[in-house]
Write a protein that binds this ligand. Sequence first.
Ligand SMILES: [Zn+2]
Length: 210
Amino acid sequence: MGKVLVLSPHPDDDVIGCGGTIRQHIVLGDTVEVIYLTSGEAGGHGTDQEETIRIREKEAVLAAEILQISRVDFWHEPDGKLKASKKNIQRLHQKITSFEPDIIYVTHDREDHQDHRAAALLVSKTLRLPATAVKPTVWMYEVWTPIQKIKHIVDITPYIELKLQAIRAHQSQCKVLRFDDAISGLNRYRGEMHSWPGGPFAEIFTTFRI
Ligand SMILES: [Zn+2]
């Protein structure tokens, strides 16, 4: 049984970027844990920050229950100002050392959103620490900016409906942007264009530039 750690800059990035792959890991018997680095308080769309955090964390827990994720943690870093700071590197180092994941999933390092790039940087900096003896495989996923250099493809066709259900658990976000439709389209495109002879739905991943 493998161990999988997912870093999600905001409460919905994990299900959007790799919800199907997460579900596949769980079906195969792997343990999946997710860290929500921020609680997405900038995405309140008119709701105040405290209430937004409460709503979005509840939605993340609901989505995690749908996929049957083992454990979720909220780090409460500031939304829009996530940093690969010493404090966060230390915290991630401790998590990796204690949990010993085989694979880490994180948003890719060319994403438009600064928090998404910061999350990727946080992982690369932590794994470069000499003290981090555990060296998991890192796959970076796409949310706002499609990946160009595809290094890994996962056929998520058996899991697409559950993935969309998990995305729709993020009601506060889906009522503003139809992430379910958008990501269904993206995964369909990936399945058709990149997953042959698999598909029709796929998630794709890349590796660090360096
Ligand atoms: Zn995000």
